[in-house]
Design a binder for this molecule. Sequence first.
Ligand SMILES: [Cu+2]
Length: 355
Amino acid sequence: MNTTLLGLIIVLLVLIILFQISRAGELIGVLRGNNMTSQERNNKIHGMLFLIFMIVGLPLSFWATWYYKDWFLPPASSVHGAEIESMFFWTLVATVPVFVLTHIVLFVFSYIYSGSATKKSYYFPGSNKLEMIWTMIPAFVMILLVYQGISSWYRIMGDAPADAYIIEATAKQFAWDFRYSGLDNKLGNKQIKYISSENAFGQDWKDANNKDDFQADTLHLPLNKAVLVKINALDVLHNFYLPHFKVKMDAVPGIPTQFWFIPTKTTEQMRQDLNNPKFEYELACAELCGVSHFNMRRVVVVEEEAKFKKWLASQESLYKKQNVAAKESNTTPTTASQQTEENSSATTSKKVSLK
Ligand SMILES: [Cu+2]
């Protein structure tokens, strides 16, 4: 706080000194018989300040990018992430030289051509050739960039390969629930009315595909294999974001979303590459969703497919964990009216559990 105050006072003093110097210069000019008007002098000072701003600011912005390069994310660990990185790269190739050139011209011209009574502006009504050049070149570059963007978009958002591993991620304030489709790679049906504190996804136990579906706390992913993530939200907007893979997707209540990607580096490889034995991939919620938004971080583990399959086989399905088979055989057959009552009470308990 004190340092900030001191800094502000220094800036203020420097400004006062500059103002006094310019006033002194003005008076000296009058004594010498210089007939520059105060407006011309002002233009000169501004032109000079523009030039100083460019000479200091332009190299500083490049230096800052270089200085903070270690703070950037490492190269993408997924096929789609690499594509998105290449889009950024080519966009920068097209725009940075233009940015630098136009800014040099802007500031240098403000200095060289600062207004004075002796200079005359040059006007010309228009040049078709010039218009053509500065329309055609940006249009052509835009077409290339948009083409790259659209084709990448369709590859990322298109249908996942048939053998993609299916994972369901449901967001709620403030956690992620993951459901894996088990060894059959088919997610069982679910219904809102079955959601309870025991059955977080509302799995319908009449569907046989549900019997091997299991829940996990850590997101395990296979190396070099397509993964299809089906995303839901129970309450408000969330966002399924895997920064190291450069993929993200909104989790919208009532609208299922999905995307697929292929991890290309195991957690172990990343630890070696980054020389950081504690490195963990992470899943973050990238939509400010409430007070404990920060709490929606989850660890992601990428491993060889064989190891991943072993992990998959070692997980206990929710069906087994909750002993659903035993519970179902214990319940006596009910009449239709009792069934409806049961359903409505299930919905109430769901509402309670959501609060
Ligand atoms: Cu969230």
